[in-house]
Design a protein around this ligand. Structure first.
Ligand SMILES: [Zn+2]
Length: 385
């Protein structure tokens, strides 16, 4: 963990410039696992290493707000395998583990991974295990409030919120009861609540009524006919009110939650995502690709480069409570987590998760990933040093 100079790039700083940050030509110097300086004509200290980042966008390492990285569980992918080629250095696991498996998740993955891992704890003690067989909330007894609270308190340094998959295919006959239990648990702990949107019940209006400032609605562009957030080109009133209150709307592409028509309709109505996440897991890898691909889909849908970068760096870090320690930023003193991207020009075809296709003109390709000051992925063009 010596010194590393990334020179000649176009540095994206989420905290400068416009509302989504800004880009400027600069060098980034990393020393001792921290950002030491961002500026022009920086020199690499003796014995340090350097990389030429000309032609690349140099950004904070990506922060993926919706993932499943409980290694060894059926959904789990290894963050240290999928992270480096994507440029993702921070993973927020969203309910893979409940209270009764969190110790295993922690010992096997969180404490061992090179990637930073934080988690929303599932209201169901069994977590999101074996989801292709049955929903974890069909048996309501697993949604025990005291058990969930005890687990969150035991792992308070890693649990950043409570997750509930409040949809008909998960809750069975439990209806909205798991949603209300998760609400009470989050309130007792003083943590945010993340609610996944899928087929009803509960209906989206009931979900919105449950959410408060700082809570996260994930899978916001889902296309389930009975529960989509826009109808006939209009975003539901309850959704607009929730945004007004400060509820966070997260993409979480996944294997079935990204409908390009719904996304286009909502974007045309001015309803932009607060955060862009992948919902990467063992069953969604093919549909998702990686987080830069999901970000590139939003470039294709008309968002600007600064905005998609903000939505996958500082914004999720802030909503995960990690921005205060510099995650998702290139502030001096921040963790030396950096990703450099090439913006590849040229036509690209995309699929959504409902069989739809759409086209873009450019895409992000991860060229370099640095985690805690160490290069963990390098795909620079030939001849660069
Ligand atoms: Zn998920």
């Amino acid at each position: 963990m010596g010194a590393l100079l990334l020179h000649g790039g176009e540095v994206y700083d989420p905290r400068s410039g416009g509302s989504h940050g800004g880009r400027r030509p600069a060098d980034v110097l990393l020393v001792g696992g921290r950002v030491a300086a961002v500026g022009t004509n920086l020199e690499v200290p003796d014995g340090g290493d350097a990389r030429d980042c000309s032609g690349l966008v140099v950004a904070p390492g990506l922060v993926d707000l919706h993932t499943h990285v409980f290694v060894g569980q059926d959904l789990g992918v290894d963050p240290d395998v999928v992270g480096p080629p994507a440029g993702t250095t921070t993973f927020v696991d969203t309910g893979s583990a409940g209270a009764h498996l969190f110790g295993a998740f922690r010992r096997g993955t969180i404490d061992r991974a090179g990637s930073r891992v934080r988690a929303f704890l599932n209201i169901a003690s069994i977590g999101a295990t074996s989801i292709l067989l049955a929903g974890e909330l069909e048996t309501l007894a697993y949604a025990d409030e005291d058990v969930c609270i005890a687990g969150a308190r035991e792992h308070a340094d890693r649990v950043i919120g409570i997750k509930v998959r409040a949809s008909g295919n998960v809750v069975g006959r439990s209806g909205a009861e798991p949603l209300h239990r998760a609400r009470r648990v989050a309130d007792r702990l003083g943590l945010p609540l993340m609610v996944h949107l899928g087929p009803a019940p509960p209906g989206s209006d009931e979900i919105m009524a449950t959410l408060r400032k700082g809570d996260v609605l994930t899978h916001c562009y889902t296309g389930f006919e009975d529960n989509r957030l826009s109808v006939g080109g209009r975003v539901r009133e309850s959704v607009l009110e929730a945004r007004q209150r400060g509820v966070v709307f997260d993409v979480a592409h996944g294997m079935s939650a990204f409908d390009a028509e719904v996304a286009s309709e909502m974007l045309a109505a001015g309803f932009r995502p607060d955060t862009i996440s992948s919902d990467v897991h063992a069953y969604s890898l093919d549909a998702v690709g990686d987080l830069p691909t999901v970000m590139s889909k939003f470039l294709a849908l008309g968002l600007g480069l600064d905005e998609v970068l903000a939505c996958a760096t500082y914004a999720p870090a802030r909503h995960a409570g990690l921005a205060a320690e510099g995650v998702g930023t290139l502030d001096v003193g921040a963790p030396a987590d950096v990703a450099a991207f090439e913006l590849v020009e040229g036509p690209v075809a995309y699929a959504d998760t409902r069989g739809g296709t759409f086209h873009g003109r450019r895409r992000l390709r991860t060229a370099l990933t640095v985690r805690a000051g160490v290069i963990v992925h390098e795909a620079l063009k030939e001849g660069r040093q």
